[in-house]
Design a protein around this ligand. Structure first.
Ligand SMILES: [Zn+2]
Ligand SMILES: [Zn+2]
Length: 144
């Protein structure tokens, strides 16, 4: 799977035998970060990602107390992925930067209680009011 920024300076590839899970996060933090209604997230292992081009990063403390680092194209500032200090070895791709993003279907929706009211969650979609309660629940959502 390939993707990149808006200006073409950053290109990346994800090496995976099957497409990683994508989810939609409707938390207010993702709304602020993306400047949009929700974020389309794709967690992958760091080792699966290779990038070309120059990235810049910015850090901030998340509501949970963890440190979040965002990596963006140094030229056009499109955000490519983020890291969380409590999830070593993982990173979260901004799935809208994938070349074939139109084929992505979120496997689940998080923080539905803070979603923008005009967004209708598709019938039958797995939707959580907040976020998974434990690491085990996270892993179950991402792997099953
Ligand atoms: Zn760019
Ligand atoms: Zn979020």
């Amino acid at each position: 799977m390939d993707g990149g920024c808006g200006c073409g300076q950053i290109r990346y590839a994800i090496a995976a035998s099957q497409p990683p899970v994508v989810y939609a996060c409707h938390c207010t933090d993702c709304q602020t970060q993306s400047g949009s209604a929700f974020a389309l997230q794709m967690p992958v292992f760091e080792a699966m990602l290779s990038t070309t081009g120059q990235l810049v990063s910015g850090e901030r403390t998340l509501p949970s107390g963890a440190v979040g680092t965002i990596y963006a194209c140094a030229k056009c500032l499109v955000r490519i992925y983020s890291k969380n200090s409590t999830r070593k070895g993982m990173l979260t791709i901004r799935a809208g930067t994938l070349d074939n993003s139109k084929k992505l279907v979120p496997k689940f929706h998080l923080w539905v209680r803070s979603k923008q009211p005009w967004i209708a969650i598709p019938k039958g979609a797995l939707a959580l009011d907040g976020q998974p309660a434990s690491t085990e629940e996270w892993m179950r959502l991402l792997t099953e």
